[in-house]
Structure formats: structure tokens, C-alpha cells
Design a protein. Structure first.
Lengths: 113, 113
């Protein structure tokens, strides 16, 4: 079963605008990760934020984590047409030694040139 | 190799047949995961290997599914008596441990007709 829920399910913006995607989860986590997927095939790891971190940046990406609300957000600034893809959040549960990821349903982002 | 390699990239099989899907992880990655993804859904965990042993197989849907990793490197996911509901993209990922992101392969699209 999926742990995460993402909001919105689909997002359409113009190039240059910012895109914000939200993720909620149910159980305590060790870390939360964001992945990108083009055309329904391989996923690309974007960023990992640990449970004791509140914010993390990587290039045009900014991730926040609020463990009290069990939620995270991914902000893509100055979006480009090439950012068009599906974005998934995935969690590693706190007491899971194996580190398996539990994915949300994803947000489908469309950036129009 | 430089990335996670999955073969074949596409597989069409008849209902009731047996299939094997192969995953060649990044050299040195001891953790290997199999996921299944249906259209419009997030990846769903199947099984996790740490070295040669299956440390967590709680995601395998039934006893028709089996996976091995005999030498701690290449893994094979085996599906017996395939059903149309097994049609999905099967993704493999490898990693160092749960504190880092994982590298996914491009997946095998399995179609059972």
C-alpha cells in the first residue's frame, strides 16, 4: 500500500513560473526522498531530506519537511519545459532497517514553453 | 557499470507462461530492490536484497513471484503462471544503504496477453 499522498495530482504552469508539489505521509520516517520520472520508466533521484532536517536545496530545487504535520513540499523555481515529468515523494520508515521506499501516487507536472 | 541495467526492456508473454526479468545493479551496491508500477500509480515495493539474501519480501503479491540474487550482484525476478494482472513496469533499484538515494533502472515493461 502507498504511504504518501501527493497534491496536486496534476499541475500545469508556464515556463519561468515556480512549481510547488506537496506530499503527506502517515508514519514516522527516517528520511523522505523526491524522484522524477519521465515517460513512465526509470526514476531519477532528486533530493533526500532526513527527519531531523527542515529544509534542503539543490540547484533550482527546494524541499521542506514538517515532521509534526507529516508533510513535505518540493519547489522547482524558474521552471523549464524540460522539467515536464512526474514527481514522486517516497519515504523510508523510521524502524525499517532495509530502507525500502514507500512511494506516493505522484504529481504530473507540465511546463508549457 | 555506470547505471542499473534491466533486461529485457519490453516483454510480451502469453497468460500462463513463465518469465524472468533481470537486473544488473551498480557495482558495489549491496542493496537491491524490486518495484512494480502500474499505469498512473507510484512504484509498489516487491522485495529487497541485502547482499545475497532477501531481507524483506513482504511486497511479493503471491507465491507465483520469486526473486534471487545468488552472488550478491545480478538479480532475477521470476514470475510463474503469469496473469494479465501482472502486466506492469517492473523497476529495479540499487543503493549503498538507506541513508542515500537509490539508482533506478529503466524498467522492464511486462505485458501479459
Amino acid at each position: 500500500s502507498q504511504q504518501g499522498e501527493e497534491d496536486p495530482q496534476a499541475l500545469s504552469i508556464q515556463e519561468g513560473e515556480n512549481a510547488t508539489m506537496n506530499c503527506s505521509y502517515k508514519t514516522s520516517i527516517n528520511n523522505l526522498q523526491w524522484y522524477r520520472q519521465n515517460s513512465g520508466r526509470g526514476l531519477v533521484h532528486l533530493i533526500l531530506i532526513r527527519s531531523n532536517e527542515r529544509e534542503k536545496h539543490s540547484g533550482r530545487l527546494r524541499v521542506t519537511l514538517d515532521t509534526s504535520k507529516k508533510s513535505s513540499s518540493l519547489l522547482i523555481t524558474a521552471s523549464r519545459a524540460a522539467d515536464t515529468a512526474s514527481y514522486f515523494c517516497a519515504t523510508v520508515q523510521l524502524y525499517n532497517q532495509g530502507g525500502k521506499l514507500i512511494f506516493g501516487q505522484g504529481t504530473e507536472l507540465s511546463v508549457k514553453p | 557499470g555506470a547505471g542499473v541495467s534491466q533486461t529485457p526492456s519490453n516483454k510480451v508473454t502469453e497468460k500462463g507462461k513463465y518469465v524472468e526479468l533481470r537486473c544488473d545493479p551498480i557495482s558495489g551496491h549491496t542493496a537491491l530492490y524490486w518495484y512494480r508500477q502500474s499505469l498512473g500509480q507510484g512504484p509498489e515495493f516487491l522485495i529487497y536484497f541485502q547482499g545475497t539474501g532477501a531481507a524483506d519480501d513482504s511486497g511479493l503479491p503471491n507465491d507465483r513471484f520469486f526473486a534471487v540474487r545468488p552472488e550478491g550482484s545480478v538479480s532475477t525476478l521470476k514470475i510463474q503462471r503469469t496473469e494479465r494482472g501482472d502486466s506492469a513496469v517492473y523497476l529495479c533499484a540499487s543503493g549503498r544503504d538507506r541513508f542515500y538515494g537509490y539508482t533506478f533502472g529503466s524498467g522492464t515493461r511486462l505485458t501479459v496477453v
